[in-house]
Design a protein around this ligand. Structure first.
Ligand SMILES: NC(=O)C1=CN([C@@H]2O[C@H](COP(=O)(O)OP(=O)(O)OC[C@H]3O[C@@H](n4cnc5c(N)ncnc54)[C@H](OP(=O)(O)O)[C@@H]3O)[C@@H](O)[C@H]2O)C=CC1
Ligand SMILES: O=C(O)CCC(=O)C(=O)O
Ligand SMILES: [Mg+2]
Length: 473
């Protein structure tokens, strides 16, 4: 079954039955050490996980680690270009819950991302990246504690599908010719636009099914949050990319109307309802005027459309959501992608779950992590139906590799997410407590040390930070 690795002789498999994870007391969990700083981070993180589980359950539970290979380490064991061996894929398939360090992806050529490949192979369609502040963490931001968001990033499509052709290749040239001479002129709205002949070409597919399964999970998560955080913001650049990013937004709202009607309210609907709550006799026209900026300058047809929208919302929702009932529902709104980068800094406490497409979520999760302390504090999970791979938001940080100095916090917090996913909350809570205490005590690695006032000198090593966390359990 496995070519070069041997599963542990002890331990049991995590199962997935009736849509639920069944976790034994001794689950076998495959791990990938990772390239670059993976050599530093992984042993530090494993030390923390094992100590937390031991302390929380006094030996009644333990994780049985199963080392599997990807990236440079895999090539060393399996041979040249064997970056993601079948053994590794089989182990993740067999054991369902895995954790990994970062893996290198070359820029401009060479192999496609192994990280992305894992997400696509196992349909880990939701990349979940919480950005939450730990007391005492230094931050370039004035009020980092106000940010408490979870980026829910679509993880399998968008430009990450990797359908690209390099400039000057035969297929790129053929495609450009077909587009310029046939498809673009045949589409009236494109007018005289033409693709420059010396272009590389990339394809950005955004599917309805891919968008909705991600947004569905985001809404389900919001329903589990306390009331003030019950909000999902659909992030998109739909003003420019109407049929991909704009469609993501529209499919999100469609999903709300079709599957979560009782539980959710769309922001624009809440305006219509509250207009009537403030003025029970408000006409459709005046309600429409209040929700649509520039209503009076619209064509009569457009004005009629807005009035119709108001009528449809009031007819459908007044009874179930009116008179303030909508305030108890999950609020679903949308924001244009560039503005959300500003909003999480200027109005951080107004946001909760940010549902994004793949590229926007990639950018946004690094930016949000920066507010709460940087990439050393950015955990993540790639979640599908019955399978999950946990990994930090950051990459291999090669210049720090092997120096025992990088912050293992993100992988440790990814492990916290893994323990919570397994239902081992007691161990997860211990780790969170240990991290918070170590940071408040100024026991931190270089990245946080340099931001502290006064700076911590000398900072802790990667392994020492792990030890400090354990001492604070
Ligand atoms: N999921 C994955 O495996 C990912 C892999 N990658 C890959 O990683 C490689 C390197 O990418 P790169 O663009 O340099 O991005 P990285 O995220 O690896 O590192 C960029 C910078 O972020 C800071 N940083 C990263 N990790 C930590 C940490 N644990 N603690 C503290 N600071 C940290 C460091 O800043 P400073 O030096 O200023 O302290 C580092 O130099 C590329 O091949 C890329 O494709 C990238 C992202 C995700
Ligand atoms: O796979 C990679 O190399 C980069 C991926 C990445 O940046 C991310 O998932 O956040
Ligand atoms: Mg990234």
């Amino acid at each position: 079954m496995y070519e070069k690795i041997v599963p542990p002789s002890q331990g049991s498999r995590i199962l997935f039955q009736d849509g639920k994870l069944v976790v034994p007391n001794d689950p076998i969990v495959p791990f990938i050490r990772g390239d670059g700083t993976g050599v530093d981070i992984w042993p530090a993180a494993q030390r923390v996980f094992d100590a937390a589980v031991e302390k929380a359950y006094g030996g009644d539970r333990n994780i049985v680690w199963f080392k599997v290979y990807a990236g440079d380490e895999a090539c060393d064991l399996y041979g040249t270009y064997q970056y993601l061996p079948e053994d590794t894929l089989n182990a993740i398939r067999d054991y369902r819950v895995a954790i990994k360090g970062p893996l290198t992806t070359p820029v401009g050529g060479g192999i496609r991302s192994l990280n992305v490949a894992l997400r696509q192979i196992f349909e880990l369609y939701a990349c979940v990246r919480p950005c939450k502040y730990y007391n005492g963490t230094p931050s370039p931001h004035k009020s980092p504690e106000k940010l408490d968001v979870i980026v829910y990033r679509e993880n399998t499509e968008d430009i990450y599908l990797g359908i690209e052709w390099a400039q000057g290749t035969e297929i790129a040239d053929r495609l450009i010719k077909i587009l310029n001479e046939d498809l673009i002129p045949a589409t009236l709205e494109h007018g005289k636009k033409r693709i420059p002949l010396d272009s590389g070409i990339g394809i950005k597919p955004i599917s309805k099914q891919g968008s909705q399964r991600l947004i569905r999970r985001a809404i389900q998560h919001a329903l589990r949050l306390p009331k003030p955080k019950q909000q999902v913001t659909l992030v998109h650049k739909g003003n420019i990319m109407k049929y991909t990013e704009g469609a993501f937004r529209d499919w999100g709202y469609e999903l709300v109307r079709e599957e979560f009607r009782e539980e959710c309210i769309i922001e624009r609907e809440s305006w219509i309802l509250s207009n009537k709550e403030r003025d029970p006799d408000i006409s459709l026209e005046n309600n429409a005027r209040k929700i649509e900026p520039g209503y009076d300058n619209l064509t009569p047809e457009k004005q009629a459309e807005v009035r119709e929208e108001v009528k449809v919302v009031l007819d459908a929702l007044w009874e179930s959501h009116g008179n303030g009932q909508w305030k108890e529902k999950v609020m679903v709104n949308d924001r244009i992608a560039d503005s959300i980068f500003q909003q999480i800094q200027t109005r951080p406490n107004e946001y909760s779950i940010l549902a994004t497409m793949n590229l926007n979520g990639d950018y946004l999760s690094d930016a949000a992590a920066a507010i709460v302390g940087g990439l050393g504090m950015g955990p993540g999970a790639n979640i599908g139906d019955g399978c999950a791979v946990f990994e930090a938001t950051h990459g291999t940080a090669p210049k720090h590799a092997g120096l025992d100095r990088i912050n293992p916090g993100s992988v440790i917090l990814s492990g916290v997410m893994m323990l919570e996913y397994m239902g081992w909350d007691e161990a997860a809570d211990l780790i969170k407590k240990g991290i918070a205490a170590a940071i408040s005590n100024r026991q931190v690695t270089y990245d946080l040390a340099r931001l502290m006032d006064p700076p911590v000198e000398p900072p802790l090593k990667c392994s020492e930070f792990a030890e400090a966390i354990v001492q604070h359990f």
